[in-house]
Design a protein around this ligand. Sequence first.
Ligand code: ADP
Length: 315
Amino acid sequence: AKAQQETQSLKASLSNVSHVILVLSGKGGVGKSTLAAQLSHTLASQGFAVGLLDVDLCGPSAPRMVLGDAYATSQVHRSGSGAWTPVYASPNLAVMSISFLLEQNNAAVIWRGPRKNALIQQFLTEVDWTGDTDGLDYLIVDTPPGTSDEHISTVQYLQKAGAVSGAVVVTTPEEVSLADVRKELNFCEKTKVPVLGVVENMGSLQTTISKLTFRDPKSGDDKTEDVLKQLQEKCPELLDMVASADLFRVVDNNPQSTKKGAEQMAEQYNVPFWGSLPLDTDLLKCCEQGKPVVEECPNSIASKTLTGFVQRLTK
Ligand code: ADP
């Protein structure tokens, strides 16, 4: 009877959420929260009602990436009915995270599995996502790296409610990350979570020349000011040129193939490859400030790439 009740409350609470998308990665630091945050922002700026649920209980970073500094003072409240009201980054982007429940922002969460499961269950049954909207078009779930307690319980609860739409898997191009991502893909296969796409992150650097640092190769002295001044005088148009570098050219996953590691891996697992999100200084800045790169820097490569990803998600 308890299990039935659990299933019912999961179903009830997720009944007005159209799509639930998990964002997964094998390793930490490859850009999973960045992608979760910017996908949420991009969907929201296209008018979709979006929820961002952070189940990275020990390292919650999504709130900061959508709220900026305001995340530190944001709190969630229990409404009259007992449901949590999430924090709104914009009228149609609601965020829920353990970081809103902690007394201090730097408090460490040292919990074993059962306590984590209980909180995740609460997140999936006790958050009122409806707000001013009529429910959510997309619930984006940011997860911890790997395949741990948080993943297993999130997937189990979502599947009980029949709510999980699929996963987006993020990796950097090198084998160290790819090896762990294969485990992630196997996890999806085992748990029957459809992989909607593989995203390669930070394979190349994209910036403008004016943001680069120039050094004298012999002395190592910083010559940036000189170089930029000369460019400004002689050919100012170069300052705004996009500079890019293939950061992983040294890594040859398969010298026979023109495709890079992440794309090859997607092919092997027969899942869609969405493309490559560059290490982009505009994106970094927006993430630090909690802003949507598609609105702040619409002409950046990151913005165009994210718009492409969202097209794939919403088609
Ligand atoms: P993860 O969630 O996988 O641990 P994060 O999304 O927190 O990784 O990314 C780690 C750091 O790298 C963040 O501070 C983020 O701003 C930066 N970062 C990630 N991807 C990019 C990118 N494509 N361009 C610029 N900075 C990025």
